[in-house]
Design a protein around this ligand. Structure first.
Ligand SMILES: Cc1ncc(C[n+]2csc(CCOP(=O)(O)OP(=O)(O)O)c2C)c(N)n1
Length: 372
């Protein structure tokens, strides 16, 4: 005998409903025209020019550091070219005292947040001093554990709320991070405790070579906010003005005591995952070309040129200045102390247990002999 329900539940349309509930926010079309003036940020000419300067600086940095890596001058590098809107324009929307937590791909926004260039390069070289941040810098060192910093960032935001600070925490991570437990724990806690936290997911389509649709059945990553009971928005991650405005809206929301906002930025990395990756093994040339048409720098350039606020010469000046800054930082990194095993060991604990103390003594003796 078959058992039948009298009525059914339309499960398929339930899922379709989630997809439709997350519209895509954009301000600038790839032509540089404004398509949504309601979301166009109220930035002065100076601020718009400064944002463009930073975008160009980021692109030059990306190309230059890629070359330095190939020459063996710096350690491994995770290119950010293509993702400047989701990295640089988002950080530009933060205020003094706001906290930033990014990944191995987000060194450029960390530099704009206050990390000296030399420290960034020491970090690429795996030097301990690359993790020793200036006391006043409101940021974590770049996170390599996928999703690991989402719970940490939420914790900082929890602390800000307890101390009644008028600031927010913003984290940057990739789509792959939303496949990790830490992501769900972080946004759930942030929602439950209503903390001033803005997790930004840079959906660049891949977790190394794994496409997003193999990582999740969700059609948007913004919809993952629903389970945490917080707003989730999907934004054009190649549009600097849309990314800037999205963070401003989220920041105001958080500071009004209304808690976190999850932002999904639809973006693309033009380069490989890291310098040891070959993206041609999992991406088609046509896909790259299609995304290159959406280049955040080109669209911002067109927008500003139409306003008479940006010229090719200005771009060249920024390019040259960035190269000089990099040159000086590389030279400074060359002067850094050689790393010692004893220093690594001393860095592990505030008060070292006996076995570590023994190892420190053993290595210090060896190192002394090496120096002689
Ligand atoms: C917990 C953890 N698992 C696996 C890895 C290896 N790994 C490094 S980067 C990466 C992909 C991350 O993809 P995504 O979060 O989308 O960031 P993207 O690199 O695209 O910016 C993986 C799996 C890791 N670092 N940490």
């Amino acid at each position: 005998m078959s058992k039948k329900n009298a009525k059914t539940i339309d499960l398929d349309s339930l899922v379709k409903g989630y997809e439709d509930a997350f519209p895509f926010y954009q301000v600038l079309a790839p032509t540089g025209e404004v398509v949504n003036s309601d979301l166009e940020p109220n930035l002065s000419d100076e601020e718009l020019t400064e944002l463009m300067r930073r975008l160009v600086w980021a692109r030059t940095y990306d190309k230059r550091v890629t070359l330095l890596n190939r020459q063996g001058a710096l350690g491994n590098y995770a290119p950010g070219g293509g993702q400047e809107a989701s990295q640089v324009a988002t950080q530009f929307a933060l205020e003094d005292g706001d906290f930033f937590a990014g990944t191995y791909r987000d060194l450029v926004p960390l530099i704009f947040h206050g990390l000296p260039l030399e420290k960034a390069f020491l970090w690429y070289k795996g030097h301990m001093k690359g993790n020793e941040f200036p006391e006043e810098l409101q940021a974590y060192a770049p996170q390599v554990i996928v999703g690991g910093h989402i719970t940490h960032a939420m914790g900082v935001a929890f602390g800000m709320k307890k101390r009644q600070k008028n600031n927010v925490v913003m984290s940057l991570s990739g789509d792959g991070a939303t496949s990790q437990g830490d992501f769900y724990e972080g946004i759930n806690f942030a929602g439950a405790y209503n903390v001033p936290y803005i997790p930004i997911i840079q959906n660049n389509g891949y977790g190394i070579s794994v496409p997003v649709d193999e990582q999740t059945n969700a059609k948007t990553l913004a919809q993952k906010a629903v389970a945490a009971g917080i707003p989730g928005i999907q934004v054009d991650g190649m549009d600097p003005l849309a990314m800037y405005s999205a963070v401003k809206v989220a920041r105001d929301h958080a500071l009004a005591g209304k808690g976190p906002v999850l932002i999904e930025a639809l973006t693309y990395r033009f380069g490989p995952h890291t310098m040891s990756d070959d993206p041609t093994r999992y991406r088609k040339d046509e896909e790259l070309e299609e995304w290159e048409q959406k280049d955040p720098l080109v669209r911002m350039n067109k927008y500003l040129e139409a306003k008479g606020l940006w010229s090719e010469e200005q771009g060249e000046e920024v390019d040259e200045a960035c190269k000089q800054e990099i040159k000086q930082a590389v030279a400074a990194v060359g002067q850094a102390d050689k790393q010692k095993v004893s220093d690594f060991l001393k860095n592990m604990y505030d008060v070292s247990p006996q076995n570590i103390q023994e190892q420190i003594a053993e290595y210090e003796e060896k190192e002394m002999n090496e120096d002689e």
